[in-house]
Design a protein around this ligand. Structure first.
Ligand code: PEP
Ligand code: MG
Length: 591
């Protein structure tokens, strides 16, 4: 029966395909069903795997009991009793015989049913101790399922990095480094139980252009590997076992998306100018050097944010100066000599590759800890290595440097002083570099927004990072689905801070850009233009849609809209007002 789960939409697109459940399988259930003549063979495989599992459990019990005593050894006794349980064996066999399920799929279905019942019982229980005990048992069943599946698949297990056929990945959570290994060719979408809309896993999904939904809450007990699922990355929906009518509807939606993408292609070479002639520069946000070409394909005028910390993906040591340089050079060469490329210095820590740094250690509040530029200012060698590479590559194009997470004026001054030191080193060594490199700062901490008037006198440009600015202003973790209702770009507090930053930039006549995810949402484009923004940096895929809204917009009308929104009391009111306005300006995009 069709089951729907609602979560946070993080990367648009519709995908329909077989589920690959990560944390239990680690291997893929390649065949859901077998032909009737293969049923005896499947039952044999099942028996063999259960016998092997029971033997392993007995051996483990003896070994662990000798090492750690009977209490711990008995965990394996409990597992062993499942492998030998006639009830479990009969239920699984019945599914193979009556439904022609493969042994793997039948085991998974039976186990998932056990887990689902246990989770239901945990939810109903009021006693915390009982709840914890039931959850522990549910986890044991997941472990048992995994053990049997691994035995069944033996040599045929298919590691995630080597998938050959398309799947939809379902997981409790995914790290950015795991997501980065996904190939859009085989991973057609993913969905996770936890996670927030602007997490770095979500941002990577956008970069790889893989439809994704996160923060769905518990759903893994409802699904087995190989089940057909639908991920709707636009609406934030996961559908397990969709019926035929639902599949047909989503196939239509997928076709409509493709034709919309084709239409947007025609916008690529059109200017990004409001209907009354004001240019609004659209730039791309990238994480990986190869995305530079996505910016050009989608008609962006340059790179407004290059998140260089992604150079740490799947690396076990700090990148060398040459590795930094090579990655930057590849982006600059793709963009050519005049298009801007804003290289942001390393924003490591918090949820981004924090395990990479020996300095960070374990922090209670990593998002308020040694993150980003704070970490760089502690690890000067690391920082200087990157700054050298940026100064050197800047002679090849229109490169700018930008510091993330600046929270005080002193911090910015320290970064600039270090940049000058590096310039002197390069000078002394006779290495070519760009002396008058343009320097900017991100405004993504409320303290920086509040002293934007002072910061504006120190830099050539601002870039407002709304992802962090929203989380720090509202004290709502950007990765935590439990507080996602507070994490709102339309909160009056956020709008006031953006207005303040734009005014400070205008007063000092420096450029100001918005590069958080907010700038890539058509809903907010009229508001941002009305607040005075003349540059937006967005996920490349979003460029055509935002351009479409801009070309439909008049600046005086956007200003009136922003003034009106600024006078509203709540995020909810601003949000619904903006939806009404977008429906008026460009109904097709709003709907
Ligand atoms: C932001 O905080 O808005 C931003 C662009 O930086 P990141 O998402 O990389 O933290
Ligand atoms: Mg940020």
């Amino acid at each position: 029966m069709e089951i729907r789960h609602h979560g946070i939409a993080v990367s648009p697109g519709v995908a329909i395909g077989p589920a690959f459940v990560i944390h239990t399988e680690g291997v893929r259930i390649t065949h859901q069903t077998v032909s009737p003549e293969h049923i005896p063979c499947e039952i044999n495989r099942l028996h063999k795997a259960l016998e092997e599992a029971a033997t392993e459990a007995r051996e483990n019990r003896l070994r662990i009991t000798a090492l750690h005593g009977a209490a711990i050894g008995n965990i394996f006794a409990a597992q062993g009793s499942i492998f030998e349980d006639p009830g479990f064996r009969n239920q699984t066999e019945t599914l193979i015989r009556t439904q022609c399920f493969s042994a793997e799929y039948a085991v998974s279905r039976v186990m998932r049913e056990f887990v689902r019942r246990l989770e239901e019982s945990a939810l109903k229980s009021v006693a915390e101790q009982h709840k914890a005990e039931v959850r522990r048992r549910a986890k044991d069943f997941i472990d048992i399922e995994r053990q049997i599946l691994l035995l069944l698949q033996g040599e045929n297990s298919e590691p995630l990095g080597e998938l050959t056929e398309p799947v939809i990945i379902l997981a409790a959570d995914l790290m950015p480094s795991e997501t980065a290994d996904f190939s859009p060719r085989t991973v057609h979408a993913f969905a996770t139980e936890s996670g927030g809309g602007t997490s770095h896993t979500a941002i990577l999904a956008g970069a790889l252009e893989i439809p994704a939904v996160v923060g769905l809450g518990r759903f893994l007990s409802d699904v087995s590997g190989g089940d057909t699922v639908i991920v709707d990355g636009e609406e934030g929906i996961l559908i397990i076992d969709p019926d035929e009518a639902t599949i047909a509807r989503y196939e239509e939606k997928r076709a409509a998306e493709r034709s919309r993408a084709d239409r947007y292609d025609s916008l690529r070479d059109k200017t990004s100018t409001t209907s009354d002639g004001t240019p609004i520069r659209l730039l791309g946000n990238i994480e990986l050097a190869q995305e530079a070409s996505h910016c050009l394909e989608r008609g962006a005028e340059g790179v407004g944010l290059y998140r260089t910390e992604f150079l740490y993906l799947n690396k076990t040591s700090d990148p060398t100066e040459e590795e930094h340089f090579d990655a930057y050079r590849s982006v600059v060469q793709t963009l050519g000599p005049t298009r801007p490329v804003v290289i942001r210095t390393l924003d490591l820590g918090a949820d981004k590759f924090s395990s990479m740094s020996d300095v960070v250690g374990v922090e209670k509040n990593p998002f308020l800890g040694l993150r980003s530029v704070r970490l760089c200012l502690r690890k000067l060698d690391l920082f200087k290595t990157q700054l050298r590479a940026i100064l050197r590559v800047a002679v090849l194009g229109n490169v700018k440097v930008m510091f993330p997470m600046i929270s005080t004026v002193d911090e910015l001054r320290q970064c600039k002083a270090l940049l000058n030191e590096v310039k002197e080193d390069l000078e002394d060594a006779g290495i070519p570099f760009k002396r008058d490199l343009s320097v900017g700062t991100m405004i993504e901490v409320p303290s920086a927004a509040l002293v934007a008037d002072i910061l504006a006198r120190e830099v050539d440009f601002f870039s407002i990072g709304t992802n962090d600015l929203i989380q720090y202003t509202l004290a709502a973790d950007r990765n935590n689905e439990n507080v996602a209702h507070l994490y709102n770009p339309t909160d009056p507090a956020v709008l006031r801070l953006i207005k303040r930053v734009v005014e400070a930039a205008d007063k000092e006549q420096i450029e100001v850009n918005v590069c958080g995810e907010m700038s890539g949402e058509p809903l907010y484009a009229p508001l941002l233009v009305g607040l005075g923004l003349r540059q937006l940096s967005v996920t490349p895929r979003k460029v055509p849609e935002i351009k479409r809204v801009i070309r439909q917009l008049r600046v005086d009308e956007a200003k009136r809209l922003a003034e009106y929104a600024l006078n509203m009391d709540t995020a909810r009111h601003v949000g619904s007002y903006l939806r009404d306005q977008l429906r008026r300006i460009l109904p097709e995009v709003a709907d």
